[in-house]
Design a binder for this molecule. Structure first.
Ligand SMILES: Cc1ncc(C[n+]2csc(CCOP(=O)(O)OP(=O)(O)O)c2C)c(N)n1
Ligand SMILES: [Mg+2]
Length: 792
């Protein structure tokens, strides 16, 4: 066999027998794992456990060819979510999954329905579940691998891996796939394979015909190689016989849904259709008449994605071709080999106990031997075991396994906070740019961290104040590209030279890509053995545009710093479409992401330092989100209680014991809170002014303390301690440039009366005085609210 003139090593004949045995084994084990969860394990609540036997069956041959022939230990894989059981069965055969675990699919504490990095252990490279995201993440993983290699940060001796996604065809309906393709093209990504399990079925239906003609073109336009694996060897052999071309045409022209229906009905249905439509074609009867219905069915279902030799050869050929991104479109049948093969409703279909009995008999599995490796196979257990032991993928990547680690980068005790000059105003956004630019000098104790920071932004690099950092550290590109404006001596504040040493990854405007890149950068220590300190910047409202990818990154426990700016109404003239109200609530709700909104530069410096520390912490660490603003504020000169800033709040002015009222503010509304407070103090000298830096941390601390208290008396939370001096019937006025619910819960901590100010409807353009007055963040509204809570 040759491919473009070069010889391709075919899988050795012995291997083919073993690979066939493995296909059969994986089909059995995945179906049984799901059956066991639904029908064998005791069911306490009567709910269907579920699982996707048809989706698994569709991908069995593809996964066999990949894991047992094509993949190498350094390769990183995203398995389509619904093939999770096949993936776990593979690990069971390779000795990387325990027998007990196989019986826990979808059980509390057990194997997750879809492969999960944090819950299913070290074999999972990329979690999947939200369709489309895992696929796209493989491209950005490849980009980050390039970054690590070109910056010479990879551990010695670790070879570059390929990034492989096993893709459900319906995943290609997700827009994020095309955003990722475009971005991948810009970055000239290498070493990516997407293998599409093209069963032409999604959840609800059979996908439209001819769609893939379009999709193929899209891939080619983006510089990908496309390999279509439509027919298996048996069909190709039939096509080569007299009349075979007519058969090929008939199949090519058959609508997806009709082909699926014939597949479900079986060989007799295929025969009837072929005889009525092609019966007079010379040679056709000679092809189909000698075959029994079962044999005809097998022939007509011999698609490329179920033909192990076709698959292994295609993968070997692509491997020999080099590192060009490659999309394999592997034609498959959803539910292949199972009773509901091809049926349009089979996505969530489960074999009945009766069907399973029959399937089990066909598979020659004895009772009590359901999990045995070689049970029911035509190869000897010894040979099978020996084959599994020599699978290239099973070699140890490192003595520690597939999941790597990297030492922490030391972070100096203090980051270079901009000095406060009396009378000079500074916004948190510009302070962020200043701090990063200072670190970017890479001097002294900042040198180690400066070399590990990677910034990235979806076309808002300059407008989020990353410009000075980028000027110092350069833009990352596999290829050296000069800054044309600079070379022509045209004045510009930005120096945009690109090189493999650059430390900023410039993205197009697609926020999902930002979060996927942050996800990949934030896993670099575990995937590529190099510690990076990723920072992504985005306009705060457009966090919503990439939200699922952000949640996905957190779900994988990727570690990064998200800086969203500008935010709220305080970006004033930019208007309603750019104003964010819900982001503080997202920050509170999102697990594995500590979110903060500082008002002043000194707080920001403390929080950035904290962020670089916690993103590297194994236990109890997380990513960090800083919501910043372009509103300049006069900076206080003071000594900060750093621990309190990190815990989420501190008293700017502590209340007198038994005080009847406090104002609590968050972020850029500080001047209004301070002015309101000054007026309030004339009436209520004991009043307190609480500076809130994180409703998220405060709330989390409160929840944790309450959970502890259920096991007996425990230490009160930070917010409980802070509010303790207030009188039991005191009132609190909260104010933030965001949805008021982010702080209204403070009333529940000690039962205080609360008046929660904030923005709860769409904004509009204006200046800050006009907007704060309209949306109730001004001094007058604050004082009205004080009167209201004091009066009860
Ligand atoms: C973002 C997202 N939307 C919806 C779903 C629900 N869902 C799960 S699978 C699926 C269809 C999958 O079809 P395909 O990708 O073709 O997989 P296969 O046919 O191999 O099962 C849908 C809509 C999801 N998991 N993620
Ligand atoms: Mg499908």
């Amino acid at each position: 066999m040759t491919h473009q003139g070069k010889p391709i090593p075919a899988a050795a004949a012995d291997n083919v027998a073993m690979l066939h045995a493995l296909e059969k084994k994986l089909l059995w084990l995945s179906a049984w794992m799901i059956h066991h969860a639904n029908h064998i394990r005791p069911n306490r609540d009567g709910l269907k456990v579920g699982g996707h036997q048809a989706s698994c069956a569709s991908a069995v041959s593809i996964l066999t060819a990949l894991y047992f022939d094509a993949l190498r230990p350094q390769d990183r894989v995203a398995v389509k979510p619904h093939a999770g059981p096949v993936f776990h069965a593979i690990n069971w055969l390779l000795g990387r999954q325990s027998r007990d675990k196989l019986e826990t699919l979808r059980q509390f504490g057990g194997i997750q329905p879809y492969p999960s990095r944090i819950k299913d252990g070290a074999e999972v490279d990329f979690s999947t579940g939200s369709v489309g995201l895992g696929v796209a993440l493989t491209s950005f993983g490849a980009l980050v691998q390039d970054y690590v290699l070109l910056h010479k940060l990879a551990p010695e001796g670790l070879a570059a891996g390929r990034h492989v996604a096993i893709v459900g065809d319906a995943e290609l309906d997700e827009g994020n796939i095309y955003e990722a393709l475009l971005e991948g093209w810009k970055h000239d990504i290498r070493n990516v394979w997407w293998v599409v399990d093209y069963n032409r079925q999604s959840l609800d239906s059979v996908v439209p015909d001819r769609l893939f003609g379009r999709i193929e073109g899209l891939f080619r336009d983006m510089g990908w190689n496309v390999v279509t694996l439509k027919y298996g060897r048996k069909l190709e052999a039939a096509f080569a016989r007299p009349g075979g071309e007519a058969l090929r045409r008939w199949i090519d022209d058959c609508p997806n849904s009709l082909y699926a229906a014939f597949t479900f009905q079986g060989g007799a249905a295929f025969r009837a259709a072929l005889l009525s439509e092609l019966g007079r074609e010379p040679g056709i009867r000679a092809i189909i008449d000698p075959l029994s219905d079962d044999e005809l069915h097998a022939l007509m279902n011999n698609l490329g994605g179920h033909d192990i030799e076709t698959l292994t050869e295609a993968f070997r050929a692509a491997d020999a071709e080099g590192d060009q991104p490659t999309c394999f479109i592997a034609y498959t049948i959803k539910g292949m080999g199972l009773p509901f093969a091809g049926h349009k409703d089979n996505h969530s279909g489960l074999m009945t106990p009766g069907q399973m009995e029959q399937f089990k008999a066909e598979m020659r599995i004895r009772d009590g031997h359901e999990w045995d490796h070689a049970e029911g196979l035509d190869v000897s257990p010894e040979a099978f075991g020996a084959f599994l032991r020599q699978v290239p993928f099973a070699e140890k990547l490192t003595p520690g396994g597939r999941r790597l680690s990297a030492p922490s980068v030391p972070i100096p005790a203090r980051l270079p906070a901009p000095r406060s000059t009396p009378g000079k105003k500074l916004s948190t956004q510009s302070a962020f740019g200043d701090i990063l630019a200072e670190i970017g000098r890479g001097e002294g104790e900042f040198a180690p961290m400066a070399s590990r920071i990677v910034t990235t932004s979806p076309d808002v690099t300059v407008s989020t104040n990353l410009g000075a950092w980028v000027n110092r550290r350069g833009i990352f590109d596999r290829h050296l590209k000069n800054d044309v404006f600079r070379d022509a001596k045209l004045a510009s504040a930005q120096r945009w030279g690109m090189s493999p040493e650059g430390q900023h990854i410039e993205l197009g405007i697609a926020e999902q890509n930002l979060f996927l890149v942050l996800g990949a950068l934030g896993l670099a220590h575990t995937l590529y053995g190099a510690r990076l300190l990723p920072i992504g910047t985005v306009y705060d409202p457009f966090v919503n545009r990439g939200l699922d990818a952000l949640i996905y990154g957190c779900y994988q426990d990727a570690r990064f710093m998200l800086v969203s700016t500008p935010s709220g109404l305080s970006l004033a003239p930019e208007g309603g479409q750019h104003q964010s109200t819900n982001t503080p609530l997202i920050g509170m709700a999102q697990d594995r992401l500590a979110s903060f909104e500082p008002a002043f530069a000194d707080e920001l410096a403390v929080l950035m330092r904290h962020g670089f520390a916690i993103m590297q912490r194994e236990e109890g660490g997380s990513s960090i989100w800083l919501r910043l603003s372009t509103r300049g504020l006069e900076q206080p000169s003071r000594v900060l209680d750093e621990a309190a800033v990190i815990e989420g709040a501190y008293w700017m002015v502590p209340p007198a014991p038994g005080a009847r009222i406090a104002i609590a503010y968050q972020g850029p509304v500080a001047p209004e809170a301070l002015a309101g407070f000054a007026a309030l103090r004339e009436e209520e000298p004991g009043a307190g002014l609480l500076a809130i830096t994180s409703p998220d941390r405060l709330h989390q601390g409160w929840l944790t303390a309450r959970a502890r208290a259920r096991g007996g008396p425990g230490a009160p939370s930070h917010i409980e301690r802070l509010l303790a001096p207030l009188a039991a019937d005191a009132g609190i006025v909260t104010v933030l440039d965001g949805h008021p619910a982010a702080l209204s819960w403070l009333g529940g901590v000690r039962g205080h009366r609360i008046a929660a100010l904030g923005v709860d409807h769409f904004g509009q353009a204006g200046d800050i005085p006009a907007l704060y007055a309209e949306y109730g963040l001004d001094v007058e509204t604050i004082l009205d609210a004080c009167a209201q809570v004091m009066l009860g």
